[in-house]
Design a binder for this molecule. Sequence first.
Ligand SMILES: *[C@@H]1O[C@H](CO)[C@@H](O)[C@H](O)[C@H]1NC(C)=O
Ligand SMILES: *[C@@H]1O[C@H](CO)[C@@H](O)[C@H](O)[C@H]1NC(C)=O
Ligand SMILES: *[C@@H]1O[C@H](CO)[C@@H](O)[C@H](O)[C@H]1NC(C)=O
Length: 381
Amino acid sequence: MEMGVWWIAVVSPLLLWCCEGSSAHQLSVDPPQDLQIVDPGLLGHLYMQWKPPLSLEASHQCPVTYKLKYRNAGDTDWKVIFTKKLKYGDNFDLNRPVEAKVQTLLEGPCANGSEVQSEWTHASFQLPLQGALESRIQDFRCVYYNWEHLRCTWQPGRQAPPGARYELYYWYAGLGDLAQCADYIWTRGKTTGCQLLNLRQAEYLDINICVNGSAEPAQLQPSYFILQIKNLVKPPPPERLALSMSASKEIHVQWSSPEGGTPAECLEYEVQLQGSDGHADAAWSSASTQLETAFVFSQANGTRLSCVRVRGRTNIFCADQGFWSDWTQECFYVPREDGKQLFILVAVVLSFFSVILVIVFAVHRKKRALAAKKLQPPTGC
Ligand SMILES: *[C@@H]1O[C@H](CO)[C@@H](O)[C@H](O)[C@H]1NC(C)=O
Ligand SMILES: *[C@@H]1O[C@H](CO)[C@@H](O)[C@H](O)[C@H]1NC(C)=O
Ligand SMILES: *[C@@H]1O[C@H](CO)[C@@H](O)[C@H](O)[C@H]1NC(C)=O
């Protein structure tokens, strides 16, 4: 109680002092009018548009800026845009409602040297719901193979009616109108995926996708996706993997980036080594993740069979994420001891030659015996 009284006694004169100047001649500005969220049917690309505030319509001396905030319902952060225009477009997830708000900002001489903000004008948008929830596709997955073709797959909805037929539509900036998939993947008479080619110009853009469909007379609930295909790349495995061992028993590994559409400078590699004494299931040890296409393992450590495998993935200079390629693998036998090895080699070569000698000798003797037989005169009958 006493504390409260003290606080008011000390702080309220300060508050009065600090705010007296501005509150006396409070500048104000009206909010923008008629904010609308417009859906031009591009599967998630929406426009937000508004009209200037009433009080400013007549006068043009004051430069006005609009502060626009928007998000999908459920997102914690707003996207914030400052613009002098009356329209702004962006991509939204149409599975969820969209909300936006805009206010007028007045700066500079018109605002008496400070910044004046209006109240917010709000708007929201949601596609009309259609179809039963359980009719939506499930497990939608896309992989962009070798920077060349996008393959998306899905499973039919849990309670999709028997005659359900799903269709995929897509759009990206630069594609005039939306397009339907031209190359569906079929499983047991149903579309369960789509392959898209020629997306080079969309590699660094958003691609908006909708998978909807119908099962006459019912409609299936559409699903919407926004893809950044540069983050969905699966490159082919590295090529020309070569292993060699130096005199000091270092294992030198070398490979090259895969041919095809993958930009070589966009790859990073993981190199693994498996050393085993005859066990095929020995563990792989991860040795390195790197940008270079060569690596040296310090020592073969006396294991007999060593295998090296390498795989590639898009690196952070080209994308935020990506899928690993399949592995490329090579194995080789590590000589146990050089002296012993040479001894075995010499022994093998020597025994090989002695076998040949024995055969040659035997053949030769047989020939001579036959020749001798032929020379004998016939003994009658
Ligand atoms: C502008 O600011 C000055 C000093 O801060 C003040 O005297 C004047 O009344 C203000 N004018 C308006 C229109 O607020
Ligand atoms: C699916 O969406 C596309 C694009 O919006 C539309 O043209 C088509 O009529 C829709 N199909 C169904 C069955 O709703
Ligand atoms: C050999 O052993 C050393 C130490 O035990 C280890 O650091 C090294 O990675 C091993 N090299 C290979 C090729 O397994």
